[in-house]
Design a protein around this ligand. Structure first.
Ligand SMILES: [Cu+2]
Length: 291
């Protein structure tokens, strides 16, 4: 299945840019934890100058955004069968992006989520000198998936252009997204108490997670994972708005992690937080209403 995201251009990517840029504002107040990681000095420089201005102003000029294309091999994608993803990102002028800044230890973070937001994956494809991006993934279920190519061109703005892949067969039944945060949510092998501060569009929302193991004991052995103590991806219920963030500041006094996000629109969002503890990667997902 060859799918291009051209029909999304002008809608989702524009919003992505706003949200991703907002997410990366975290970097500029996070210098200690991110020190030594290539690219973050630029984030700080690029974002600090906008503090007093509308941080989204740069995206309101009707400018085009980057575009992601994907070709799968084999072309027909079946549930559970690994396929090669051949990806390419074109910039706003149509040129292939060949150089990427390293952000969180990788040049490209590929987030793969089913359109009903019930499946989530985060992989790191290979990139050659011609800008060919290659990864392998087995889509677990039938239905439409979105690929979010979270990247930053050198000297450019962070972006996450979207492409779609259709997986053959009948998708699983749709389940409504029901907000479960703030509150206690169950993840894989652990649970999280989630606190949401200022859950409103147009401002700064802080999402804090305190983690507990399966026995209910606080998780005390968080380890750095991809250059931070945790990562958070948030998508709007329709999958068209994307934010990738990381902890605001190390661990909070309560033993949890705080993330900051800027929501441009009200609505229901789903978040996936990823952590490393006891040398294993864990996910916690939650659904939150932004007013
Ligand atoms: Cu990644």
């Amino acid at each position: 299945m060859i799918t291009k995201s051209t029909h999304l251009i002008g809608r989702a990517p524009r919003l992505c840019m706003v949200l991703v840029a907002a997410g990366f504002l975290v970097c500029s107040v996070h210098g200690k934890a991110m020190a030594g990681e290539a690219g973050h000095g630029d984030h700080a420089a690029a974002t600090s100058g906008k503090r007093t201005a509308d941080p989204h102003g740069g995206h309101d000029g009707g400018q085009k955004e980057s575009m992601l294309t994907v070709r799968t091999d084999p072309a027909a994608v079946k549930p559970g069968e690994p396929v090669t993803l051949n990806l390419m990102i074109h910039d706003e002028t149509g040129a292939v992006i060949k150089d990427f800044e390293t952000v969180h230890e990788k040049k490209l973070h590929l987030i793969i989520v089913s359109d009903r937001l019930d499946r989530f994956a985060h992989i790191h494809p290979e990139i050659d000198s011609a800008g060919n991006i290659t990864g392998t993934y087995a889509f677990p279920t039938a239905g439409m998936y979105r690929l979010y190519a979270d990247h930053k061109p050198p000297g450019g703005k962070p972006a996450a252009p979207i492409a779609e892949v259709n997986v053959a067969g009948t998708p699983p039944p749709m389940t409504a997204l029901v907000p479960d945060a703030p509150g206690r949510v169950k993840g894989d092998e652990l649970e999280a108490d989630i606190v949401v501060e200022n859950g409103r569009a147009g401002g700064t929302t802080r999402i804090s997670l305190t983690l507990f193991d399966a026995a209910g004991r606080p998780v005390s052995d968080l380890q750095p994972y991809l250059g931070a103590m945790g990562h958070l991806v948030v998508l709007s219920g329709d999958g068209r708005q994307y934010v990738h963030s990381h902890p605001l500041e190390g661990r909070s006094p309560g033993g949890g992690l705080a993330f900051e996000a800027h929501f441009a629109h009200s609505g229901i969002y789903k978040g996936w937080a990823e952590f490393r503890s006891s040398d294993a990667i864990h996910d916690v997902s939650f659904v939150v209403q932004i007013d």
